[in-house]
Design a protein around this ligand. Structure first.
Ligand SMILES: Cc1ncc(COP(=O)(O)O)c(C=O)c1O
Length: 371
């Protein structure tokens, strides 16, 4: 089997595994307890909070631990707009956001009468900043645009959008689940007000993530999970110490950063081989992260390939890949039903090498010739 589905989830790094096992055994006290053990655990969590904050140029008082990017997206969008209805009831997002963003916006439109503007990407999967700017209005409460698209790897012009939001006093939320540790992120430089992160996309444990909230103490946010005052009263529930420390270990580990150049070479190899086999690249030619590449071949049943071959990859995002429906991301960039069904998303990890990628192309060749 060859795993080429790192955008869906990643295995644990050895450093993360070690920290998780240690912490599950040792850090069992409740970090909210006033006794000595509670305080020691709380200090470890505060260290992890600082690791997250430093990695994005934030203060640790602006970081909330959540269960992952889906929850962070919920807290940022619902939490902000529902607590700030006076700002207006218009939200701008894109048609290629992760499904959870689309679901949140749908909920706000249906249950709370928000008006949502969905910006369509260009044919290369990149959203034009100007289109987002043109959609901004007096009553726009929030703009939510992902940093990197999870199916195409396209990088969105966050800095330009962030500058425009700042000029107009509109808050910007960015889902960075796919870009974190693959691209540099500085929340001040990009003018980001809310940033969603997930540990299991960076070789950390599943079930943990974080939300950055600019000036958290001065920002009105409605909690999504009400509880006993944890996480500045914004996210109830006893903190998951081992997961938080595992997340922090994944952030401190430099394996992702160190593998960038190798992954770029593998991406280029996949592009060349795809062209040689008369395939097409759905991902952009510039402004992409090399970790994700979306390709298509005429007369190719991608779903059959995924279910019957030795290659572990996806047709679209993992959450929707059990549906035999064309990916809405691919239809948004102008692919028709058949072209979408002909498409495969390959996502590359730090230990993906040329041998594994050649196994993929061999399997693909066998499959295409069988048709
Ligand atoms: C862009 C994006 N946002 C959000 C998510 C959801 O992340 P999590 O599984 O941490 O909730 C994913 C994962 O598929 C993603 O790719």
């Amino acid at each position: 089997m060859v795993y080429l589905d790192f955008a869906a989830s990643t295995p644990l790094l050895p450093s993360v595994e070690t920290e998780l096992f240690r912490s599950f055994q040792e850090d069992y006290s409740n970090p909210s307890s006033a006794h000595q053990y509670g305080r020691i655990t709380a200090e470890k969590i505060e260290y992890a909070r600082e690791v997250v904050a430093n990695s994005i140029g934030a203060y640790k008082s602006e970081i909330i631990f959540t269960s992952g990017a889906s929850e962070s997206n919920n807290l940022a969008i619902k939490g902000y707009v529902l607590a700030n209805k006076n700002k207006g009831k218009h939200i701008i997002t894109s048609s290629i956001e992760h499904k959870c963003i689309l679901a949140i916006c749908n909920f706000l439109a249906k249950e709370h009468d928000y008006e949502i503007t969905y910006i369509a990407p260009e044919a290369n999967g990149i959203i034009k900043a100007q289109n987002v700017i043109d959609a901004m209005r007096q009553d726009t409460a929030l703009v939510s645009i992902m940093h990197v698209n999870n199916e195409l790897g396209s990088i969105q012009p966050i800095k330009e959008i962030g500058n425009a939001c700042l000029e107009r006093d509109i808050r910007l939320h960015v889902d960075a689940a796919q870009s974190y540790k693959k691209l540099p992120i500085d929340v001040d430089e990009l003018n980001i007000d809310f940033l969603s992160l997930s540990a299991h996309k960076i070789y950390g444990p599943k079930g943990i993530g974080a939300l950055y909230i600019r000036d958290l103490r001065e920002t009105r946010i409605q909690p999504v999970i009400h509880g006993a005052g944890q996480e500045f009263g914004l996210r109830g529930g006893t903190l998951a110490t081992p997961l938080i420390l595992g997340f922090s270990a994944a952030i401190e580990d430099k394996t992702i950063e160190n593998s960038f150049n190798q992954i770029q070479k593998i991406n280029e190899f996949i592009r060349t081989e795809t062209n040689n086999m008369k395939g097409l690249i759905n991902s952009p030619e510039i402004d992409y992260i090399p970790h994700i590449i979306n390709i298509r071949f005429p007369d190719f049943d991608a779903n059959q390939f995924i279910t019957n071959s030795q290659i572990l990859c996806s047709q679209g995002s993992a959450c929707s890949s059990l549906n035999i429906e064309p990916s809405y991301v691919l239809t948004s960039i102008g692919l028709n039903y058949i072209e979408s069904m002909n498409s495969l998303r390959l996502s590359i990890g730090f230990d993906t090498d040329f041998v594994k990628v050649k196994v993929f192309f061999n399997e693909l060749n066998k499959f295409l010739n069988r048709l």
